[in-house]
Design a protein around this ligand. Structure first.
Ligand code: UDP
Length: 236
């Protein structure tokens, strides 16, 4: 039995670039797809929100003179590119899935509604929800909080390259220690970089727990579903 029945999995675009520094690393993409298939085969209902930072971020565009809204729209399109790549990789290994878009762009994906997402998950399809929230000035962190709450997920799994939430950035501070559990409010008080503040607050106010874990290590998604304590749980 898997630990959760329905999950929202947040994948960062940046992780998808692997060692490359830009774009999509086919090996990382394939590993992600296989990890998702493994838990889909367990019967877990899976919604995925994927970032776009490996291709374009609106804020960095602003620094180069782009209009912020257009820059954010470019970022949202980047999430569509990543979503299509993941969809293709899942299909290649026989994992049924569909891409929904928060901005209309048939035939690239179907227009997102909560009910379409839930119906597809209940039929055993992995649902990839692209374009974040569909609005500028947000991020895919907020997008995944929103979608996780909407689809009534049991938990948001934030797959990153770090294995949980630390007292400080473990890549910079060797004395940093990891939390097994932490409350939303403590994350906010300590200003820990788990997700955007708005994403944390949304999860807190709507009772969506967040589990932070290292998704780049193959097999970890399955370990989380098996209940192995490999990451950090953020809860009330
Ligand atoms: N974005 C947006 N609205 C959203 C989600 C994303 O405008 O609801 C844009 C924003 O410009 C962001 C970019 O898409 O920088 C890529 O998303 P994000 O930075 O969250 O990707 P990640 O860091 O997870 O790779």
């Amino acid at each position: 039995m898997a630990r959760f029945n329905r999950i929202l999995l947040k994948l960062s675009g940046e992780s998808l670039q692997g060692q490359r520094g830009y774009g999509i690393d086919p090996q990382r993409l394939g590993e992600y797809a296989q990890q998702v298939k493994d838990i889909s085969d367990m019967g877990v209902q899976i919604g995925i929100v994927i970032g776009g930072g490996n291709i374009f971020r609106g804020l960095s565009g602003t620094g180069q003179g782009f209009d912020r809204v257009k820059g954010d729209q470019m970022g949202m399109l980047a999430t569509v590119i990543n979503s299509l790549a993941l969809s293709s990789a899942l299909t290649a290994i026989g994992c049924r899935n569909r891409v929904l878009t928060a901005i209309r762009m048939e035939p690239i994906g179907e227009f997102y509604t909560k009910w379409r997402a839930i119906e597809a998950m209940q039929q055993g399809e992995v649902v990839i929800m692209s374009c974040g929230t569909g609005s500028p000035y947000f991020t895919t962190d907020t997008g995944s909080s929103l979608r996780g709450i909407e689809i009534e997920a049991d938990v948001m799994l934030k797959g990153t390259r770090v294995d949980g939430v630390y007292t400080a950035d473990p890549e910079k501070d060797p004395t940093a220690t990891k939390f097994t559990e932490i409350t939303y409010d403590e994350v906010l008080e300590r200003n820990l970089k788990v997700m955007d503040l708005s994403a944390i607050v949304m999860c807190r106010d709507n009772h969506l727990p967040i589990y932070v874990f290292n998704m780049d290590q193959v097999g970890n998604l399955r370990r989380v579903m098996d209940g192995e304590p490999i990451g950090t749980l953020v809860k009330a």
